[in-house]
Design a protein around this ligand. Structure first.
Ligand SMILES: *[C@@H]1O[C@H](CO)[C@@H](O)[C@H](O)[C@H]1NC(C)=O
Ligand SMILES: *[C@@H]1O[C@H](CO)[C@@H](O)[C@H](O)[C@H]1NC(C)=O
Ligand SMILES: *[C@@H]1O[C@H](CO)[C@@H](O)[C@H](O)[C@H]1NC(C)=O
Length: 195
């Protein structure tokens, strides 16, 4: 009889502890504890939602207002330009016309040609919003961009502010591209799961 009592007690105690951990924080290691997500993020973490953002990304190499700067040249001859890297601080606007359209944020980061066989970029950039309720929040993109394809898909790997715990994907399609100077306007559609 006594043999069975100890395991039963143990099971009851650990069940109660597990239940309590839903409401209070529990230490797992010296440097880790589990938190109740609703308590930690307050009213923010009510319900996950899916938002669709559509805007235009302006990558300008031409003077006088360049927002994209080549920072690394290809190491050797390559048909794709493999190895070249640009740093960007590109405006993002509601419509395709940079001069007349409303600025909603900036795409800051870098991209480089990461393929020896196609013109495929590795994009690492943050969409930093400066407008409305998303002012100050950002969405991070890290993905492969085969620029001459009609639609390219890149993962949304996270975010800050209103985009904490964000996940999702972006679809990019070229609106205009000037082969002579490299200037491009790209339509971005973001599908973001966030709180
Ligand atoms: C460059 O920026 C200045 C200041 O914002 C602006 O007045 C000018 O029209 C811009 N030039 C071009 C070619 O966009
Ligand atoms: C965005 O936030 C910054 C910093 O808080 C503030 O200076 C700026 O006026 C805000 N912009 C808009 C459009 O609300
Ligand atoms: C493309 O860039 C070249 C060189 O800057 C310029 O002369 C030309 O007008 C541009 N084309 C378009 C369609 O903007």
């Amino acid at each position: 009889m006594a043999k069975h009592l100890i395991p039963t007690r143990f099971v009851v105690v650990s069940t109660v502890l597990l239940f309590l951990c839903q409401f209070i924080s529990c230490q797992e290691e010296e440097y880790v504890r589990s938190l109740n997500p609703k308590r930690h993020l307050g009213g923010m973490m009510k319900k996950q939602k899916l938002s669709h953002f559509k805007f235009y990304w302006h990558d300008t190499y031409s003077a006088p207002n360049a927002t994209a700067v080549p920072i690394i040249q290809p190491a050797g001859p390559s048909p794709t330009g493999f190895g070249s890297v640009s740093m960007i601080d590109d405006p993002i606007t509601v419509g395709p016309d940079l001069k007349t359209s409303k600025l909603v944020g900036r795409a800051q980061g870098l991209y480089g040609i990461a393929s020896q066989h196609e013109v495929a970029l590795l994009m690492a950039m943050n969409f930093w919003f400066v407008e409305g309720k998303y002012n100050g929040s950002s969405i991070s993109i890290m993905g492969r961009n085969q620029v001459f394809n009609k639609v390219r898909e890149m993962p949304i790997i996270g975010g800050s502010g209103l985009f904490r715990f964000a996940t999702g994907y972006a679809h990019a399609s070229t609106h205009t591209f000037n082969l002579t100077n490299g200037d491009a306007v790209v339509e971005y559609n973001l599908y973001v799961l966030h709180y």
